[in-house]
Design a protein around this ligand. Sequence first.
Ligand SMILES: Cc1ncc(COP(=O)(O)O)c(C=O)c1O
Length: 469
Amino acid sequence: MSDDSSTVIAQELRREVRDAAPGSRLPSTREIARRFGAGPATVQQAIGRLVAAGLVETRPGVGTFVLDRRVATSAGDVDWQTTSLGPDRTGPTPIGSTLRDVGPGAIALHSGYPSPDLLPLREVRSAVQRAVREGDAWDRPPLLGMADLRAWFAREVAAGSATAAPRPSDVVVTAGGQAALSAVFRALAAPGDPVVMESPTYWGAIAAARQAGLVIVPVARTVGAPRAADLDDALRTSGARIAYVQPTFANPTGAHWLPAERAAILRVAAERGVFLVEDDWARDLAIAEPRPPLAADDPDGHVVYIRSLTKSASLTLRVGAVIARGPVRDRIAGALASSDLYVAPLLQRAALDVVTRPSWQAHIARLRRALRIRRDALAAAVSTHAPSLEVTSMPEGGLNLWTRLPRDLDAPAVAARCLADGVAVSPGDEWFPAAVPGPHLRLNYGWADPARFPEAARIVEKVITAAVD
Ligand SMILES: Cc1ncc(COP(=O)(O)O)c(C=O)c1O
């Protein structure tokens, strides 16, 4: 019998339980199964629902008993939502494992953020305290964001631009990169429309596109950029008007586009008349000097640029920006306003304070040095203690080592075993928007204590060895 049968049985039993006296005993599983022509597993499932709703309790070896309704009714009955909600559009894992809370003893190589001790906590605290005293932190801010913060984001891109510096008026302030992504997808495509994405790519972009009802068209990317011809082909055959890309230290691979690849892909965007959504998430997490954003080479508004301060200033300051030239800016601003109205002015004021002090540049330089040391430490630990993991390429920015597992292993199963043994890692499957070409693990070097990297690598190796045998 199916899930539906257990729903029907649960509904019927629920009616009987409502009329029964507290403490009375339900018929046995066998009796109920006979009555409904169902299997015992289906009946157990139905009883499980009543237990979850607080209507009955099961006493092992004794039976199932009706609970006092005065207590039970407070639990409510939400079973109806199963039918009403219908199919799950977002797929089975809409939230990536990078946000999972793991126990305090676990070595967290799964995180999406740098460790708080790499961030300028003291400066952020002082900035928030100063912002609290500012008058404009308590007024409704302009919908598109505070003028001086918009100007700062525009200057950051303009610094790398010979020909195509964006203007402050091209900038819309957002509540971090994720809100920006979600708004851009909603603004530039309608449910059912295709969006091209590099594969692998950021799970949060996959989730945001799926939430917007978009169909993801993957283009393979390993080292460097996807081939311009492949991107062109994917755009042509799917009819997509947008491609989501990470030219600079992509999450999860750490790869970046070379100058010739950038030029070729910008040409494809111009010829096809499409938008490239450039997620510049790792600019402040660069180990090697990053190339200027694509947006700095794009006078004609093909690039919709996203930047965020959550990973380099503070997890608490969820402030980012979209830079978009032309009428597209208003579309995106409309999508943002429909979900967020505006970003908390207190956070905007504090973020601007942090990034415009001289200490900011010193912080970024320190952060980059620390990430280099951590990356090298994790790569060395993997090479020495986890030789079964192949590091696909040494990242020159970002927070992660992207590694290949021996063929035929099941990455989610390996990740689950590692977690049980005290190491949290992110299984590669979450980072592929469609076909998964092989098992991978993403290892974050920015969060855990580097002194524990060798121990973590040894545990991962032990899990792999056991899985291969
Ligand atoms: C590639 C990429 N883009 C965007 C985001 C969203 O960042 P936030 O919303 O924290 O600014 C993340 C976060 O992990 C990311 O890895």
